[in-house]
Design a protein around this ligand. Structure first.
Ligand SMILES: [Zn+2]
Ligand SMILES: [Zn+2]
Length: 272
């Protein structure tokens, strides 16, 4: 299991990505379903302060102190600078749990362009989303990779040892995982060649959208094609579509041969 997630537009969204021990958003019910796995999480990234993305945070932080597990282990929270709801939530956590929580807890306000160090040479890069709130964010996990320069292939180890890393290697950045938060489609460059894109897909029919603040399915597939995404995971599907109709509605879309799946609303999904 790489991703354990719950996502239903308006109600709750959260995504536990185990390789980097991170939680993307923290909607209601997160700790109920993750149980002891809440102790595996070291960093929480909040995309924006709408209730369906943050309402699980207070119980999560409380349970990290009160339930069985490594209650000494710290948590780092990253959130969009200037988001008023999250500022209030931060203050509420401090007032309600300030004395109760004894593990290290940090809050860091972030902005598009920032990068936060993760494990094993990976970073979380922050981009601007397009949504109806101040400073909504997109998160992309990137990894610096190096490979031996083409012209040096076949060179002996002894010869290579004389060269510096810059002389020996070509460096490139690989995008591992991206999460759109709530957003209209943005510039495909943000998601260029990403291995897995978790993208919101609130509307499965364009006629259902009244305001341009959430993505519609064809836009998401078109974006994934332009960005040459390897795997697309649709999330944040509106509760107006019964689960039994989702497959049919997706199949009416031009999927451009992209490998895709979707987070079934209302249940915990485990994705490789
Ligand atoms: Zn939402
Ligand atoms: Zn939202």
């Amino acid at each position: 299991m790489n991703i354990k997630a719950f996502s239903k537009a308006l109600y709750s969204s959260w995504y536990f990505y185990s390789p980097d021990r991170i939680l993307l958003d923290c909607g209601e019910g997160c700790s109920i379903f993750l149980k002891q796995e809440i102790f595996a999480i070291e960093k929480i990234f909040l995309s924006h302060g709408h209730m369906d993305h943050i309402a699980g945070l207070l119980p999560f932080l409380c349970l990290r102190q009160s339930t069985k597990g490594d209650t000494q282990k710290g948590i780092e929270i990253y959130y969009p600078e200037g988001d008023r709801s999250i500022e209030i939530l931060k203050e509420t956590v401090s007032q309600m749990l300030g004395k109760f929580i004894r593990y290290p807890l940090s809050w860091t306000a972030i902005n598009p362009g920032d990068e936060i160090e993760l494990k094993k040479g990976r970073v979380m890069r922050v981009y601007q989303a397009d949504h109806s709130i101040e400073n909504p964010l997109i998160f992309v996990i990137e990894e610096k990779r190096r490979s031996l320069k083409e012209e040096l292939k076949g060179t002996s180890g002894k010869q290579l040892a004389k060269l510096s890393d810059n002389e020996k290697f070509d460096y490139r950045t690989a995008k591992i995982l991206a999460y759109s938060g709530d957003s209209m489609p943005v510039d495909p460059e943000v998601y260029k060649e990403v291995h897995t894109l978790i993208h919101e897909c609130t509307f499965l029919q364009l006629k259902d959208r009244k305001y341009p603040i959430h993505s519609e399915i064809q836009e998401v597939f078109d974006l994934a094609k332009s960005a040459n995404v390897q795997n697309l995971i649709l999330c944040h599907i509106s509760p107006r579509y019964p689960n039994s109709k989702i497959r049919d509605l997706i199949e009416k879309t031009k999927t451009h041969g992209i490998n895709y799946s979707w987070i079934i609303p209302g249940k915990v999904n485990e994705i490789e």
